[in-house]
Design a protein around this ligand. Sequence first.
Ligand code: IPE
Ligand code: IPE
Ligand code: MG
Length: 242
Amino acid sequence: MEALPSSAGVAVPVHVAIIMDGNGRWAKARGLPRTIGHQRGAEAVRRTVRGAAELGIGYLTLFGFSSENWKRPAAEIDDLMGLLRLYLRGEIAELDRNGVRLRVVGERERLGPEIVRLIEDAEERTRSNARLNLTVALSYGGRAEIARAARLIAAAVKAGEFEVEDIDETCFARYLLTAGIPDPDLLIRTSGEQRISNFLLWQSAYTELLFLDRLWPDFSKDDLEDAVREFSRRDRRYGASA
Ligand code: IPE
Ligand code: IPE
Ligand code: MG
């Protein structure tokens, strides 16, 4: 596949979000344990982060572990947390070198003190990078995020910081975990499932959705380029007439 020539007028989305799904099915199809699927999924994360930076995507948000994924067997959760520790320990230097700023959104306390410390270190170390804003959603749920924002806003009103009448969409968005990050332009879900699974509920109001049959461990830079091309063909109207 040819590279995306900048002269081709392809409108690269500013913010791409991905629901990285299908690790388990990838492993099952090969008679392998799910944990191998997750390992290969972590490799796809590395490829995708590199590819996004090369394509000039400004923001990449990856759904790595949902609030609901805590329902999975303890052994699978342990494997996933082990991979997360490996990723945070092994990738930060390269992310930093490549100008990637890492942020994590979600109920991070549930990930345990060791991972929390690794996340804080990584966020601090990459804070001033601006080539690619990488946000990883971990122990994240869109409804939990919206409920949290409502709690914070209620507390601010109670403390007399502003009036109930001042609460509008802009004000609300400032209390979300993604404050300061633009809404996603394109949301990709791999694995053939066609649902949002509690990801970025508020933020994806006008996001273009793309559902791919590819299982996450097989997701390649070509797939990302194809997705960007498909995005550039979409006609976004935001409710206005054509
Ligand atoms: C995505 O792959 C990774 C996580 C949700 C942590 P799955 O583990 O959901 O894989 P499938 O959907 O069972 O194939
Ligand atoms: C969504 O995938 C969460 C992540 C990819 C991290 P799931 O596999 O948890 O979603 P469902 O259960 O199929 O909706
Ligand atoms: Mg899944």
